[in-house]
Design a protein around this ligand. Sequence first.
Ligand SMILES: *Cc1c(COP(=O)(O)O)cnc(C)c1O
Length: 461
Amino acid sequence: MQYISTRGQAPAVDFKSAILTGLAPDGGLYLPTEWPQFSAAELSALRGAAYPDVAFEVFRRFAGDCISPERLRALLGRAYDDFGHPAVAPLVQTGPKQWVLELFHGPTLAFKDFAMQAIAPLMAHFLAEEGRQMTIVGATSGDTGGAALKAFAGRAGIKVLFLFPEGGVSPFQQDQMLGLCGDNTHVAAVSGSFDDCQRIVKGLFADDTFRDAVSLSAVNSINWGRIVAQAVYYFTTCLALGLPDSGVNFVIPSGNFGDIYAGHVARQMGAPIAGLTIATNENDILARAHTTGSYVPKALKPTITPAMDIQVASNFERLLFELLDHDAAALRRLMADLEQHGGFALPAPALSRFQRAFRASAVSQPACRDRIARSHAATQYVADPHTAVALEAAARLSPERAPQVVLSTAHPVKFNETVTEVLGFCPGPGQAPFSPRPVRSVPDVIANDIATVKARVHALP
Ligand SMILES: *Cc1c(COP(=O)(O)O)cnc(C)c1O
């Protein structure tokens, strides 16, 4: 299996390089040249399989000869050990044909653990094999940082630095990240927005000298391995619901378009998925682009769902490549328009494909709060604000869009301020809790500037 860049100006690579490199050297994102398939018989055979076994079947189709099946099975067999629920990704029924897929039973209580816990051992394996070292630098709106620090802590030959927007993550998330800093895991707050952090990271990758000097890699949602790891729970959900002929309708709280894109990948591979609905908060670029075809970032608005406070959804580039019929030159033109003119218009055929393949809904903060209250009143279900955005989007879909599965991306305790404001209480984590006990309570704040971050990376112990 080969991986090519969406920008069309980097050599094709294998699974190992795609995962170890993250972003392609031409600034594009890696995609496989074809979608590996599950036949109906192969899917049926997986009914009742344990989560790691389904993960193995998904990963194996992407990994090619990069890792032996025995080794892959062994690594994935342990990847979900720190999850606090035997199903790993349990479904909770909240209505006659509605379920919530709880993706927060991992060690840092958000769905980012699914990707990090699976790709950290894979990356460590590939690095050890090559006798290489690496520096992972990433931007986080709160959950990726914690999940990555936890998954990479203590792994030999890997240094990790995460940037987050100062004041842009919840107090719980900040404490969690500070508490997970260790010998090889570090964070810094940037005086800027998440998009600023993301721009700095992109800038680091664009600098070949720097990139080679520190052997830079990315585990942000642009890393292909994360998409593969996230595709797994779409399969386990379809299996748990009996692979219904009607297909399953998923509603996904979306920011960087990684989680929902993984659903698209699962659908391309043969999972019975009838619908994928993009649920955004007031930073609604994806919903606007879906309605009008105009992809134009606006000023970022901080909301009660900070993990979705994103204006430039980096994984959207992967879908765009497909919507443009794999025309890398056309994609480069749109990306140049985005950089230089502040946006682009989707060509008409691309827009109609986008509209056929997805639905989209933008949810305001009052509607989100209201949904937290209404869900609790109706079903006793306590949703974190991100999950509530998707619950609200789901409620707007016509009832024949069933069975319906809403992805719950974080435990409510991670955003307990908002939940407590609305309900008057917030449940703690029911599992062996990861208690954030920060060594320091105040992060290092650094300038919103690429030179400062470079110096910081060079100075990592
Ligand atoms: C990261 C995150 C999202 C957004 O996921 P994307 O893959 O960026 O679309 C939604 N909710 C929570 C809680 C998150 O941590």
